[in-house]
Design a protein around this ligand. Structure first.
Ligand code: IRN
Ligand code: FE2
Length: 553
């Protein structure tokens, strides 16, 4: 899976990041009291033309706040540094705090963000059904939660291209992805300036940052996986932990004996991390050093409260390979490792596929929950078919919606450039918006509290021909407005009671409204009104010569 991001060959170098609110909305902070501390919980406030407003979950950090000063060299304010870290038995992790009945500031903040009780947040974390990726050394991040009882989250992968670039250019990829709704980002940088790039991103990121440390470890041995050692890997993990990485993908389930299981597959091993570990195991004919040193790794992650994202190194890379023995053998091992990690107080989520046809998707969630004690599932799509390169944001969003409805907590986005090249800025936005659609559709299907409110608000605006509100309530106001402008650019069209799709004569919405008005005027019930109104419309239709398409007047 290609994962890094380029700014596009033709794009000019970026010397600043995108700031300012999304059109039609303003940054707003809800003040929440938690044990004598006032928490400022961000929302994006969409101001409507009827005088009302609608608040939505906001991942964009201070970048969309007109009153904030952005200084990339200084980084974002260290929001969580002043928050207390209560005493606990064992390492100070959200899991240990939750288990001991403590509602942390992070949990209170999350409860306000999600519109749920703080105790629900605590109990889900305590049960290991949800995680709060929040390294003590990344105090700039705004707390968020990944778990099936909460809104489905999405991750966007970013990373530098081979050529070194400016701080603004690297940070902009993160700012751009979170502007459109990425709940976390993963920095999958490779190449020379990997440490520095990550530092820039972390110091400026309002969302949790994930990495795959084996990628940097591989750089340290000049790209030869057989030269990797536990020591090099461990030191890389500590280096990244000190910088503040919030969650780490660890492919510790790729065992030596599973590697042959992937040999007969149509697409073999498609995970980068998985193939690195498989190569190491085969070359040394030894068990993976990630597996044999897993306890020590747990101790390191516990100290920082870094969350494990146990990697799916043997995920299927084609429809033909979905749900095969290699994939599920690894999943069983991930279940075993989940229990070990939790015994060290470390939070865990589980990575999942890949490429899976629709009828085989739900089985993935069922098995993951059974084997991994319902640890949050975090999947890459999955792509529901292999036949549409250039449209894999769509093939994968189909799978993502189904797997999220079944209980997956976070979806890793796929962009239109998947399998083809590095995504540019537009691809990142398309990927994020596409995944917001999948995630939100799952929230609706799961009847997540508050999810439908936005649909209702938008539909009401649509029915009342409040075009501007319809645009602004949408996931991508800019594109919605642009499409409307293409055929009806004039300002009066933003209040007109029709659009160019049906024209002024046959707008179903207008007709329904006429029916309502008719009912009111004639004191009829809805059913009577519909009948009477229909008869009137039918006469009008006949008068006009029974033509469906009339010239626009
Ligand atoms: C998510 C679920 N399964 C894989 N992912 C993501 O894919 C993972 O978190 C990382 O961002 C990306 C590449 O992982 P591999 O190819 O090294 O497994
Ligand atoms: Fe793929």
């Amino acid at each position: 899976m290609s994962s890094r991001v380029s700014n596009g060959a033709s794009a000019a170098p970026v010397d600043s990041v995108t700031t300012g609110p999304i059109e039609g909305s303003v940054k707003h902070y809800e003040q929440v009291e938690a044990d004598g501390t006032t928490l400022n919980v961000p929302v994006r406030r969409i101001n409507l033309t009827n005088g009302e407003h609608f608040d939505v979950y906001d991942t964009s950090g201070p970048y969309t706040d007109d009153t904030a000063t952005i200084d990339l060299e200084a980084g974002l304010p260290k929001l969580r540094d002043s928050w207390d870290k209560p005493q606990v038995d064992g390492p100070p992790t959200q899991l240990n705090w939750a288990r001991q009945g403590i509602v942390t500031k992070e949990m209170a903040y999350i409860a306000a963000r999600e519109g749920v009780a703080p105790e629900l947040v605590r109990d889900e974390v305590a049960a290991g059904r949800a995680v709060i990726p929040a390294n003590h050394k990344h105090p700039e991040s705004e707390p968020m939660i990944i778990g099936k009882k909460f809104a489905v989250k999405i991750n966007a992968n970013i990373g530098n291209s081979a050529v070194s670039s400016s701080i603004a250019e690297e940070v902009e990829k993160m700012v751009w992805a979170t502007r459109w709704g990425a709940d976390t980002i993963m920095d999958l940088s490779t190449g020379k300036n990997i440490h520095e790039t990550r530092e820039w991103i972390l110091r400026n990121s309002p969302v949790p940052v994930g990495t795959v440390p084996i990628y940097q470890a591989l750089e340290k041995v000049n790209g030869d996986p057989t030269k990797l050692t536990w020591e090099i890997y461990r030191d890389t993990v500590i280096e990244q932990a000190e910088q503040g990485v919030d969650y780490m993908t660890v492919h510790a389930g790729v065992l030596l004996r599973y590697v042959p299981l992937a040999a007969k597959r149509v697409t073999g091993i498609v995970s980068r991390g998985g193939s690195i570990m498989a190569a190491w195991c085969l070359a040394h004919h030894q068990e993976s050093f990630l597996y044999t040193n897993f306890a020590e790794l747990c101790e390191i992650l516990a100290k920082y409260d870094i969350t494990f994202s146990l990697g799916d190194g043997l995920r299927p890379g084609s429809i033909a390979d979905a749900n095969d023995e290699a994939q599920f053998a690894e999943l069983r091992t991930l279940g075993e490792l989940t229990k070990i990690a939790k015994s060290y107080g470390v939070q865990v989520m589980i990575e999942g596929p890949g490429h899976v046809p629709m009828h085989k998707i739900v089985e993935n969630v069922r098995l993951e929950e059974e084997l991994c004690e319902e640890a949050p599932f975090y999947t890459l799509g999955p792509l529901a078919t292999d036949i549409a390169p250039a449209y894999d944001h769509i093939t994968s969003a189909i799978g993502a919606a189904i797997i999220a409805q079944a209980g997956t907590a976070m979806l890793c986005y796929v962009t239109p450039k998947e399998h083809l090249g590095l995504p540019n800025r537009d691809d990142v936005k398309v990927g994020v918006i596409t995944y917001k659609i999948a995630a939100h559709s799952a929230d609706l299907a799961k009847q997540h509290p508050r999810a439908q409110d936005r649909d209702n608000a938008l539909s009401k605006a649509r029915f009342e021909f409040r075009w501007t509100d319809q645009f602004n309530l949408s996931l991508d106001p800019d594109t919605a407005r642009e499409y409307h402008d293409e055929t009806m650019p004039a300002e009066p069209a933003k209040t007109a009671h029709f659009c160019s799709m049906c024209g002024p004569k046959f707008c179903s919405m207008r007709i329904s409204q006429d029916v309502r008005d008719y009912a009111e005027k004639h004191g009829l019930t809805d059913v009577n009104a519909i009948e009477a109104g229909m008869a009137e419309k039918s006469a009008e239709f006949a008068d006009a010569g029974n033509k469906v398409y009339l010239p626009v007047v």
